[in-house]
Write a protein that binds this ligand. Structure first.
Ligand SMILES: *Cc1c(COP(=O)(O)O)cnc(C)c1O
Length: 299
């Protein structure tokens, strides 16, 4: 896959420069870090003459949508193992899963208990006996080649930034940023979920210690959304004309602005915030917010 060049957008706020790296604009359907994570994996799958890709994800997964589209574009069959067997009975499917299906992905719905075995050999062997041999992409797409792809996010000219911020799910993206950063830079990760395993997961891939996880902005856990987060996302879009998603980038930027208010960053600091994409999920999330009578994300 081609390595894209990415546009920067500067925001000035309280004597600080916040530059948004618009990875969300890389591609209309394989956005942000999911594009980076797939780049070398797709190349490798082609190189070994794989004919299908299999991966895992939840109902709103940006990774599932990206693999479905990329698979279709580069001539692979795709299988998505989806968490939650109850989803198979839902009609219509949510927009993410409907999109994946339209791209030709076979959706294999499994119970949460089964899904938890996604890294077990027996479970993978069972999938191989059903779907034939496949190129396996882990949940969230994180593996060595994905981390290598995320190293391409940083350019040599980005060494002017004191801080580099990103949202964290499985830790693949932050690991790539850490590896590509200079030691005078500090990488701040904003986990979108609760969990102590992340530190260890990042250490598996990262080769420097110039990073920190800021764990105060997960809003209750993965996919948990509060009205104040939605309000922030809508205000941010009005002020800067940059859309954010409520699972990852919204939480990160909420965190960055809150840290600025608390005086976390020294005066004149230069902050690079990576917009990792994820906007495809908004329509489906708005459907849920509407059902709960909560404020919606403005499109
Ligand atoms: C998947 C995703 C992340 C998390 O990336 P990891 O490499 O899993 O930490 C962050 N932002 C967006 C928009 C994503 O889709």
């Amino acid at each position: 896959m081609e390595i894209p060049s990415v546009h920067h957008q500067d925001i000035r706020f309280k004597n600080l420069l916040i530059t948004i790296k618009r990875e969300d604009l890389i591609h209309p359907f394989i956005s942000g870090n999911k594009y980076r994570k797939l780049t070398y994996n797709i190349d490798e799958a082609k190189r070994i003459n794989a004919t299908s890709l299999l991966t895992f994800g939840g109902a709103f997964s940006n990774h599932i949508a990206a693999v479905a589209y990329a698979g279709n574009m580069y001539g692979f069959k795709t299988v998505g193992v989806i968490r939650g067997e109850e989803l198979a009975l839902k009609s219509p499917l949510n927009p993410t899963l409907q999109f994946a299906k339209t791209c030709g992905m076979h959706l294999e719905f499994v119970s949460r208990a089964h899904y938890r075995q996604k890294n077990d050999d027996d479970f993978i062997d069972g999938l191989k006996s059903r779907f034939g041999n496949f190129y396996l992409l882990p949940e969230g797409g994180t593996n060595d080649l994905a981390v290598k792809g995320c190293e391409d996010i940083l350019q040599a000219t980005d060494n002017v930034y004191d801080y580099i911020c990103c949202a964290v799910g499985t830790g693949g993206t932050i690991s790539g940023l850490i590896n590509a950063s200079e030691s005078h830079q500090k990488i701040l990760g904003f986990p979108a979920l609760k969990g102590d395993f992340l530190q260890q997961d990042i250490r598996k891939f990262a080769n420097q210690d110039n990073w920190e996880l800021i764990t105060a902005y997960h809003f209750g856990g993965y996919g948990k959304i509060k009205p104040e987060l939605i309000a922030f996302i809508n205000q941010f879009k009005k002020a800067y004309h940059i859309p954010l998603d409520p699972i990852y980038t919204g939480k990160m930027l909420f965190g960055i602005f809150d840290l600025i208010d608390q005086g976390f960053f020294q005066k004149e600091s230069k902050i690079l915030a990576i917009h990792t994409g994820g906007l495809q999920g908004i329509t489906g999330i708005n459907q849920i917010l509407k059902r709960k009578n909560q404020p919606l994300i403005e499109l």
